[in-house]
Write a protein that binds this ligand. Structure first.
Ligand code: BG6
Ligand code: MG
Length: 225
């Protein structure tokens, strides 16, 4: 039986709707190669590090990028992304997130952010979300990106909680795979039409989500909430 002491959240597409800005920036870059980048294509980019996304983009567009060119293109995409998130408003935090994480903290749960993004600090600062996390681990802290479990294992280590006592919230297949490899339970966040394999439970979002009910659905009873 699991008993849960820590709650680990992915950022993009779980806490805030930044997934659409990543999508728009990749679409803008792909258009320069005459490629119409779709939302379906974007699913493959979710949870995946910036440079790994460049490798997928090369395959999609049938191009070969030398290392230097790859870095320049990734920088261009990132500059557009930073421009978009610079205009983001607090109402782009996904509905119910603040209430849900507040409920966790009141119940004595530890919290961490575990993101593949190197822009996580920027997003947290812009939306004043840093206060909700005991630990933040992002793309600057890890060498291997999701689906490797490193980001989640580092979050658990920094929280000083065993991995099997962590519950992860993820919207991307790479992230779900990473959480399972880390031996953690995972809540897949997404609409029913999104195909995510391996999540212990799927939820459309945090709106109306009640912590003790979620834990009960996961058959976790041995918790002080
Ligand atoms: C993940 C996103 O959180 O971060 C991916 O889901 C993104 O789409 C990745 O590619 C890296 O983000 P960044 O901000 O470092 O380019
Ligand atoms: Mg995500």
């Amino acid at each position: 039986m699991y008993d849960i002491e820590a709650y680990i959240f992915d950022l993009d597409g779980v806490v805030v709707n930044t997934a659409k800005y990543h999508y728009l920036a990749w679409k803008r870059l792909a258009a320069e190669f005459g490629y119409d980048f779709t939302e379906e294509d974007n699913e493959q980019f979710k949870g995946v590090s910036r440079m790994a996304c460049m490798d997928i983009l090369a395959v999609m567009t049938g191009r070969y990028f030398k290392d230097e060119e790859k870095i320049q293109l990734a920088d261009r995409k990132n500059n557009w992304y930073i421009e978009y998130i610079g205009k983001m408003q607090k109402d782009e935090v996904l509905p119910g997130f603040v209430d849900f994480i507040t409920e966790i903290r009141i119940a004595g749960g530890r919290t961490a952010l575990a993101s593949a993004s190197k822009n996580a600090a920027l997003v947290l600062e812009r939306l004043e979300l840093g206060q909700y996390f005991d630990q933040v681990v992002d793309g600057n802290d890890v060498q291997k990106s999701k689906p490797d479990p490193q980001v989640f294992l580092l979050a658990a280590k920094r929280l000083e909680v065993e991995e099997q006592k962590c519950l992860v919230f993820e919207d991307a297949q790479a992230g779900i795979d990473a959480a399972k490899s880390a031996n953690m339970l995972v809540v897949g966040i997404g609409k029913p039409d999104i195909q995510l394999k391996g999540a212990d439970i799927m939820k459309p979002g945090f709106d109306g989500l009640v912590l003790y009910q979620l834990l009960r659905e996961l058959n976790i009873t041995d918790v002080a909430v």
